[in-house]
Structures are given as structure tokens and as C-alpha cells.
Design a protein around this ligand. Structure first.
Ligand code: NCD
Length: 355
């Protein structure tokens, strides 16, 4: 049995195969209409969602399966203090596969450790969002035809934007990909992301200027400033309109640049850009549904063993206040050693460096 918590748990070949399935589904939806007959997907969404939740549910229904869900954290036993682990065990009795979204970093991993059915991470705090990345990768494949050698600009909230972290991880595996990370100083990508880019020798640069970056990009991935992750509302107010992509700014871009956005947008892409043929964000939503169909099918038919984790270190404490290990009942600290470093460890759940 396999879950999907981090996009890197899928090999490049597996992602190719999921995209092949999704593309086949576009031409032959009838081949998939009964593929999950009798199976049930539980949608456990403890954070707001429109696209991800509906696309998971719509994906399962299009596969001939059924869905069940709690309407939100406030109406589930989580509001009574039930742990994520116990919730995952409960749902394992009623469904065949779980899609979970939760505000805490590492929550989906905790669910997967306790569930005895596959768990899909539909967004854990500001950490990862692997199925959005599947939507993004299919969009890039359909728009560009390849991944190698692309220059990918990612703009906005690179600190808390979980889609950003998963996309960088996934795109880093293709030859010659370069990243231009466009953000205000306060919203730069976490160090676990840049450390991994450095370790793999991947070309990237950071800049605060969208205008300066635009002309060199094959892809511009815009993101929303993640208001719900800020501890300081005044800081959010000062940063919220850092970047607004307008039709005027689009004149700086290559004629074949692809504009992407996981959505929802708040203000960061002007509505006038929607009619530009380079705007791909609405296509991304549809691609999300068919990639989620391919993923559900794969996980429900995959009998392989999960990849064993490397040695865990237990003698440290996580300092990230948003990490699931701060609140989950009796969750033992678990750290991984940073490769190539002598005494550096990262939390298994949120990847923050132990201090
Ligand atoms: C994203 C998310 O939830 O992380 N939305 C999505 O799933 N398509 C991006 C966001 O909320 O800004």
C-alpha cells in the first residue's frame, strides 16, 4: 500500500505514466468510467478549499466511485480534540482512500502513519501540496511539450506557498531546469528548499523584481500571499499587493511564456490577463481533476511496500510552531540527518532545521 505525502515519493517515470493516463482519459473517458466502482474516497478537509476538494470528489465520481466527507474541522471530532492519528484510523474503517488537507505542516504524514488505507496529501500547512504539482506538471507538459531546460519563474509567497515547495522539488529532477524565485525578502523560500537546490547543483537566483525577471521566463508561476499563515496581520497588509501581473507587464514576457497560478487569486493577476493566450491557470484546474483521477487509480491498485525511511533521530525538539508535532498526542520527535552535514537535522514532519 502506498500513500502520496511528498511529490518526490513518485519517480519521474511514475509521473510520466500518470500524465499518460490523464492524457488517455481526455480522449477516452469511457475507459475510466467504472474503474473505481464500489470504492470510496474520504475527503478530510480541515482548511478551506474549492478546487482541490471538488476536483478530488469529481475525480472519484468520474471513476465510478463514491465520496464521503466531513464538512470541515469545526464539525468533525477534531474540534473535540481528537488526534489526527485517531481520525485516520476511524476513516480507514469507512473508506478505501483518504485525501486530507490540514493547516499543520506534517499532518498528512501523521495520518498516513496511522491509516491502513492510502492517504493523499491535499495540502499540509505551508509545507507541501503534491497533487497541485501533478496538475502543474500536466499543464507544463501539455503547454510546452517538455520539462528539460525550462526557466521557471515563481512569484509571490514563496515562504508559505506549499504549491511552490512541491513544484520546485518536482521540477528539480528535469535536466537543465532553472528557477527564478521572485519574492519580497520576508517571503523567500524556506532554507530546506534552497539547500536542496544547492545540493543538487540546480541553477536558481532570487530577485524581488517581477519586471526584471519576466523577459527570461518560459513559465511564470504566480502565487497568492498566504494571509492565513501570517502571525502578524500588519505584515500581511504590507505585503499583500507585492505583485500584480497586468496586461501591461505581460508585454515584457516572451510570446510563448506560460502564466500559471494554483488559484485562488486574490489580486495578483489582473482579470485582463485572463484573455491572454498565455494564461494557463484555468486549464490547470481541469488538469488537476484528471491527474487526481490517475493518482487515485494508481494508489488503489498499488500493492508495493512503502519505501523504508532512513534512520530517525529522536533527541531533538522541533521549533516550528506550525508543525504537527507541537499538538499531536504523544507524537515522538523524529528528525532526519541533513546529507553532507555533520550535526544538522531536519524535522521529519515539517523539514525545519533543528536548533
Ligand atoms: C493552493 C493551496 O491550497 O495551497 N490552492 C489550491 O489548492 N489550488 C494555493 C492557495 O491557496 O493559494
Amino acid at each position: 500500500m502506498r500513500s502520496l505525502i511528498d511529490i518526490l515519493e513518485l519517480s519521474v517515470e511514475e509521473i510520466d505514466s500518470l500524465t499518460d493516463t490523464a492524457l488517455d482519459n481526455i480522449d477516452h473517458p469511457d475507459r475510466y468510467a467504472d474503474a473505481c466502482r464500489g470504492k470510496q474516497l474520504a475527503a478530510l478537509f480541515f482548511e478551506p478549499s474549492t478546487r482541490t476538494r471538488l476536483s478530488f470528489e469529481s475525480a472519484m465520481l468520474a471513476l465510478g466511485g463514491q465520496t464521503l466527507s466531513v464538512p470541515g474541522a469545526a464539525l468533525s471530532s477534531a474540534s473535540k480534540g481528537e488526534s489526527i492519528a485517531d481520525t485516520a484510523k476511524t476513516v480507514s474503517c469507512y473508506a478505501d482512500i483518504i485525501a486530507i488537507r490540514h493547516p499543520q505542516d506534517g499532518a498528512a504524514l501523521v495520518a498516513a502513519q496511522s491509516a491502513w488505507i492510502p492517504v493523499i496529501n491535499a495540502g499540509d500547512g505551508g509545507h507541501h501540496h503534491p497533487t497541485q504539482t501533478l496538475a502543474d506538471l500536466l499543464t507544463i507538459r501539455r503547454e510546452k511539450g517538455h520539462f528539460d531546460g525550462l526557466t521557471v519563474g515563481i512569484c509571490g509567497d514563496l515562504k508559505y506557498g506549499r504549491t511552490v515547495h512541491s513544484l520546485i522539488a518536482a521540477m528539480s529532477r528535469y535536466a537543465g531546469v532553472r528557477f527564478v524565485l521572485i519574492s519580497p525578502e520576508a517571503l523567500r523560500v524556506p532554507d530546506y528548499v534552497t539547500d536542496s537546490l544547492k545540493q543538487k547543483g540546480i541553477a536558481y537566483r532570487e530577485t524581488p523584481s517581477l519586471e526584471e525577471a519576466m523577459p527570461g521566463l518560459d513559465i511564470l508561476y504566480m502565487t497568492r500571499i498566504q494571509r492565513e499563515r501570517f502571525f502578524d496581520p500588519a505584515l500581511y497588509e504590507s505585503l499583500k499587493d507585492s505583485y500584480i501581473l497586468t496586461a501591461e507587464k505581460m508585454k515584457l514576457a516572451r510570446p510563448d511564456m506560460c502564466v500559471m497560478h494554483p488559484l485562488p487569486r486574490v489580486n495578483e493577476i489582473s482579470v485582463a490577463v485572463d484573455s491572454d493566450p498565455r494564461a494557463c491557470y484555468f486549464k490547470q484546474m481541469y488538469n488537476g481533476k484528471i491527474m487526481r483521477m490517475a493518482l487515485i487509480l494508481k494508489l488503489l491498485s498499488d500493492s508495493s511496500e512503502p519505501v523504508p525511511r532512513p534512520t530517525l533521530y529522536r533527541h531533538l525538539r522541533c521549533v516550528n510552531p506550525r508543525c504537527v508535532c507541537q499538538t499531536e498526542q504523544e507524537l515522538a520527535p523524529a528528525f532526519l540527518r541533513v546529507p553532507g552535514e555533520k550535526e544538522a537535522y531536519r524535522c521529519l514532519y515539517c523539514e525545519m532545521l533543528a536548533q
